[in-house]
Write a protein that binds this ligand. Structure first.
Ligand code: CP
Ligand code: NVA
Length: 317
């Protein structure tokens, strides 16, 4: 894996990390996503005759369905290839799959275990590659999250997001997204589950340009106190099932329940990328409660990805 999160290739524009976007590009994508949310089916079918392959090594509801519907609504076509079908790096080398698929379609969404697989694919692909989640990052989620925060809380630098739980793929992308948006993030993770250094460094570099504040710690109460947005994700991600018991013990005290949420601003919203492990990282009363923005957030995957597809494949760049 590359030591930095710099864009992978100059030849083709990929979306492997949120660091592939400049703050201005993020703003243009958000504006287009809001337009597409008001007018979901543009009359001019901006992606007419364009096609998208979706190669997934892990299960998915939101990412798969929202990308497929995004292509339908923009006039294009999507092809889903399940974990059983392609055998990335097993039946065939990652580079060969990338070279072949690039001859058939206009863009590829990849959902992989190893982030290196997505980076390797992007290096050999002659069409844009979109990271639909890897073990290290989930930039499409981060994009939809910033759209949700923008809609619910606006653009002010002092809008404060608290992320509680595992310093995982979603945490990494929330860090980069909030850094690009120039807002404030407080992360609380238990010892041994902190976000990785390269994401901390990249977020800090972006924050220096945008004026964002990224604060890392291990105290969930301190992170949540006064926050405008309280975000959490599962303690055991896909592929980590054998660590379930160890993680469940390590994350005690990080559950987003009514008592923790009560420390946030009175009008704070609750976010979770889903799927949720209800009763573990978040309680039913919180995810189903009046402050929950979780299902609006899930809907925003569709609108944000339509803007992303139009940017990568259409003439919206
Ligand atoms: N949030 C998210 O990416 O959901 P899926 O795993 O269902 O795609
Ligand atoms: N961290 C979770 C996110 C799922 C969308 C996982 O990787 O399983």
């Amino acid at each position: 894996m590359s030591a930095t999160l710099a864009p992978i290739g100059a030849r083709v524009r990929h979306f492997v990390s949120l660091a592939d976007l400049s703050p201005d590009e993020l703003e243009r994508l958000l504006a287009d996503a809001m337009t597409l949310k008001r007018l979901p089916i543009p009359a001019d079918a901006p992606l007419g005759a364009k096609s998208l392959a979706m190669i997934f090594e892990k299960p998915s509801l939101r990412t798969r369905v929202s990308f497929e519907m995004a292509m339908v609504q923009l006039g294009g076509h999507a092809i889903y290839l399940s974990p059983a079908e392609v055998g990335l790096g097993r039946r065939e080398s990652v580079a060969d799959v990338a070279r072949v698929v690039s001859r058939y379609v206009d863009a590829v969404v990849l959902r992989t275990f190893a982030h290196e697989t997505t980076e390797e694919f992007a290096r050999s692909s002659s069409v844009p590659v979109i990271n639909g989640l890897s073990d290290l990052s989930h930039p499409c989620q981060g994009l939809a999250d910033i759209l949700t925060i923008r809609e619910k809380k606006g653009q002010a630098p002092d809008v404060t997001v608290a992320y509680i739980g595992d310093g995982n793929n979603v945490c990494h992308s929330v860090m980069l997204a909030v850094a690009l948006a120039g807002q404030t993030l407080r992360v609380a993770t238990p010892e041994g589950f902190e976000p990785q250094k390269r994401f901390r460094d990249t977020a800090a570099n972006i924050a220096r340009r945008t004026g964002a504040t990224i604060d890392l710690g291990d105290d969930p109460r301190r992170a949540v106190t006064g926050a405008d947005v309280v975000y959490t994700d599962v303690w055991t991600s896909m592929g980590q099932e054998q660590e379930y018991e160890r993680r469940r013990r390590a994350f005690q005290g990080y559950r987003l329940d009514g008592a923790l949420l009560a420390l946030a601003a009175r009008d704070a919203i609750v976010m979770h990328d889903l799927p949720a492990h209800r009763g573990e990282e978040i309680t039913d009363d919180v995810i189903d409660g009046p402050q929950s923005a979780v299902f609006d957030q899930a809907e925003n995957r569709l609108h944000a990805q339509k803007a992303l597809l139009r940017w990568l494949l259409g003439d919206a760049r």
